[in-house]
Structures are given as C-alpha cells and as structure tokens.
Ligand binder design. Sequence first.
Ligand SMILES: N[C@@H](CCC(=O)N[C@@H](CSS)C(=O)NCC(=O)O)C(=O)O
Ligand SMILES: [Fe+2]
Length: 292
Amino acid sequence: MLRFRLFEAPFIQSFKPHTFLIRAQMGSYSTTSSSAQNSPKLVFRQLFEKESSTYTYLLADASHPQKPALLIDPVDKTADRDLALVKELGLKLIYAINTHVHADHVTGSGLIKVGLKLLNLTKFPGVRSIISKASNAKADIFVEPGDKIYFGDIFLEVRATPGHTLGCVTYVTGDGPNQPQPRMAFTGDALLIRGCGRTDFQGGSSDKLYDSVHSQIFKLPKDTLLYPAHDYKGFTVSTVGEEMLYNPRLSKDKETFKNIMQNLNLSYPKMMDVAVPANMVCGLQETKSEAC
Ligand SMILES: N[C@@H](CCC(=O)N[C@@H](CSS)C(=O)NCC(=O)O)C(=O)O
Ligand SMILES: [Fe+2]
C-alpha cells in the first residue's frame, strides 16, 4: 500500500484535493485526480531578468478548473511582470519556488507573497514559498529529494544536485503517463547550457557538482529539456543528450572538470553581500519571517 505525507493541511483544504505537495515514501506516489482522464495541458513560459541574466519559469496546469500555477526562481525586480502575466493568463499561483539561495539577485518569492503594487493587491492569496531543506533558508515549505510538488495533475520531482551550493535542487517534471513529454528539468545553477554553476562559495564543491549532474541529470532520458536559472550566452534551452556531448566542462572526466572549475577565476557576483542574506529569508529581510 502506498503511503504519503501531506504538507500544509490547512492550505490543502483551500484547493482541490489533488493540488498539493506530497512526499512519496515508497518510491511511488498516488494522486486522486478528478479532472478527467485526459492528459493535463501544461502552460509554460520562460521569462528573463536581464540585469542578472536570470530565467524565471511559469508553469501551470491549464486543464484543471483552477489553473494552478507555480513560478520557479522569480526575481524581485520582475515580480510585478510575472504576476501580471499570471493574472492575464487567468492562473492561480500557488507556489513560488527556488532552486537554491541565489548569490547574484534577490528572489521574488517574498515580494510575491506580500503584495503586488502593480495590481494593487495587498496580498496574493494562497502562494507558498518552497526551497530545499538542505538550503537552511526560510520558506513555507521545505522539500527533500524524492518529494513531488503537484500543481493540478502535473508534478515536479525534487532531485538533490549540490555542488554549486549545498542546498541546490533540480526540479524535474514527472514521468507518469499523464505528465508532459519530453520531460523538463529546471536545473538552477547546477547545470547551465554549455556550462555549470561556479563552486567557489556557498558550500560549493566541484567534486559534488560533477556527481550531482552525472547521477541526477545525465541519467534522465536524453530528450529531457534542460532549463537553467541563468544564461550568459544567449541560449534558452538544451537537452540532456546535447549537454552530455557538448558541455565543455561536464562532458569531461571528473579530474579534468575539477581542474577547470579551480581555474575559472570569476569575480564574485556584484550583489552577493546583499543577495545571500536576503535570500536566506525569502528576499525580505525587513519583514517578519511569516512573509516567507
Ligand atoms: N557577473 C555576475 C555573476 C556571474 C556568476 O558568477 N554567475 C554564477 C551564477 S549566479 S550564483 C555562476 O555560477 N557562473 C558560472 C559561470 O561559469 O559563469 C554578477 O556580478 O552578478
Ligand atoms: Fe547561484
């Protein structure tokens, strides 16, 4: 018999029973879908914040009556834009998710939760912030490897991909019959297109990053679409197969990779001293922790 733990019971009650976060405890999962037998229809938008070259992703289940949606890696500077889009598309934002504690920009999760000036809303109801437990940052919900984050009938599976930071995770769309095909992996800074996240701060480790990418990302089907948190070269999407072949760092053996990472000589992100402390509390240092 399958067993799973529900999070945030009061929150669950305010949505359809199958719009929730579950933790599968036996390597499988169960969801009681009511929205027909049809495959859910994914709404997907890739959004860009140009100062930090950050990608934010909007995903929603358009087949579900409430059109539940989530944002991955929102940025404070573009929170208004993202929420305006959510509103225009008639979506119900339920989660603001981070792949890790960003060092180069302030997350939009806190702002999204406490208000949206542009839309004259004092509070965007029902939004819950999510980050990995391993990040040690504040949020409403902490995820661990193997957790599944449902929005309608679609889910994201949580994979631990430490190495850029200790708490980095990759969110991968499910592999069930009713899940989007090909699969999509939101890699944060673990894997960038033809590159990868640096490993010289925030508990970074090139040894760990190599193992993370090879065991958690390169093991996915080769046609899995890869969506990173940043791009500095003009790329938008890649695939597992493409990166296994052409990634100039991660296609090499581990020792070569570690040597490359040791010699990147990158300067620290300009906003690091502001961004890291802010992102440890969901981007809202000045506000009470309940805003997280
Ligand atoms: N110049 C930028 C910071 C650029 C940078 O360090 N990017 C990070 C991801 S954000 S933590 C990174 O891992 N880069 C890897 C690479 O190979 O470029 C700024 O000042 O903000
Ligand atoms: Fe980062």
